[in-house]
Design a protein around this ligand. Sequence first.
Ligand code: GDP
Length: 595
Amino acid sequence: MAEQSIKPQKTIIEIEDMITVGTLAEKLSIPVGRLIAELMKNGVMATVNERIDFDTAQIIVSELGLDLVLEKATASQAVAPTRHKPSASGDAETRPPVVAVMGHVDHGKTSLLDAIRGAEVVKNEAGGITQHISAYQVEHSKRMITFLDTPGHEAFAAIREHGAQLTDIVVIVVAADDGIKPQTLEAIRFARKAGVKILVAINKVDKPEADINRVKQQLSDNGLLIEEWGGDTVIVPVSAKTKEGIEQLLDMILLIADVEDLKADINMPASGLIIEAHLEQGRGPVAQALVEAGCLQLGDSIVSGASYAKIRNLETTNGEPISAATPSMPVVISGFKTLPEFGEEFRVVKNEKTARTEAGLKAIDNRASAARMNIGSNELIRLINRDNTLKELNVIIKADVQGSLTSVIDSLKALDTDEVSVRVVGSGIGPVSENDLHLAHSSNALVYGFNVNLPSSGRQQASRDKVSVRLYSVIYELIDDAKQELSKLLSPQIVETELGRLIVKGIFKIARTEIICGGEVTKGKLTAPALGRIFRDDTQLAEVKVTGLKRGPSEAKEILEGELCGMSLETAKRLNLQEGDRVEVFTREALERQL
Ligand code: GDP
């Protein structure tokens, strides 16, 4: 029987229109060097992070003789959405885009959000840094756009990551006079990871030193290929100060929203995410939430993790009472029995009883898993080390709102190493209370307050009990302080420096703790006071202190190689020093370490 020829099917590899050399090598499972070499052979000079187009990639693959086929990924495959979004059914309706503004500190995120909103809040903020997430909607061309007011400093990465999970479009703000900074790149990475659309606002174009072209070049150097150069990243030059370009920015956001065809089903029980929660005097727990699907109504019963509410008040984030909220709307909800968790999902259930039961079950579940102590390997190493080397800084953290509290705790935990660790013995929302001070006193903890105060009665208690309370309104200053405290816990680094060697040629005095000998320096330069190790052949006999040196009859500060000298030693145990023994002279310092 003739052998049936079955051609093995070629592997199909899907890539996007533009792909970095590194990613392509990974997809082709070949060393990146081989790919770069092949590109060079074909006259294309590209480094690992540079992008090549689909056609070039195809030529290279055939040149390499690889047994596979390259295909262009379709749009839906190219953007791998990792975020959770309620799926829209057939009768879904168009919803406003949810936009987050990210970028390097001081590049003008807050100013831009204010310019869009037409409000002025930037001046009230400590250090000019937005401290917690909130959201608002603006109307443009008779359509709504939701903006998340995401914080700008890296210590808020935790919140910002949540911010990116909520968003459809990320506006990356880059100051035209400063260019791309590490946080800009971090924001781009976040946005890409979340599979959201990126739009770049080059801000501060009113400044004389603004250099838009430089920013464009930096963007494309970092893999964001801008539209006018054939890529798909839209760039809008703006000035938050003069408002130039703001209209175009909003136009472009709506255009991207149209292309993305953002929809949500409103005929289903409402659900969404908690984006802020805090306690308010007279109102109890108040949460800001973003509706993702369904229509949230006043009086609805909702569950969010172990918290639940029968919605008592529903408001826009500007404080206007409303009776219902549709997808992409940010709302303020009161009626929660306990503070819901920032970043937690919420959903409407049948009635308050169901809400209470579900939240109660979740609370039991939380307690049970806390008891099970789901320990990761790092945690395990720390626990094992607890009695030996791990040193802990006990802290109590108080903050104004849940989002900030989460961020402070996350940022402090990020300082942990195998040697030192932050242990949060207590945390909560509101001013530093007497209870906090009691707990701090009994657990030997430091109290950090973020955007909260210490009432005067507490001040007396703190000074009486010697409890250190540190109040901050700028997060990275708080983190720096904790870093300093942790550094103090690090055991010092012992540094030994060899000075020189002496061969013993004569013994002048041997007492129980003091020896005076003479000898020749065979290496280096001796100084005193210093330390010495006495060797006979290869065996170390003792460690001694070198208390003095003499050149002839007079004291000498230093003795150089080749010179003869006298040496006074102090020893802890009786030592039978002999001619021919070697003294290795060195210094030992304990250096403070920094985290
Ligand atoms: P954020 O840290 O990114 O939120 O930046 P801010 O909005 O706090 O702005 C930082 C600084 O840049 C402030 O002093 C603003 O007044 C200034 N700024 C922001 N946007 C512009 C702009 O378009 N033009 C000029 N000239 N200054 C701006």
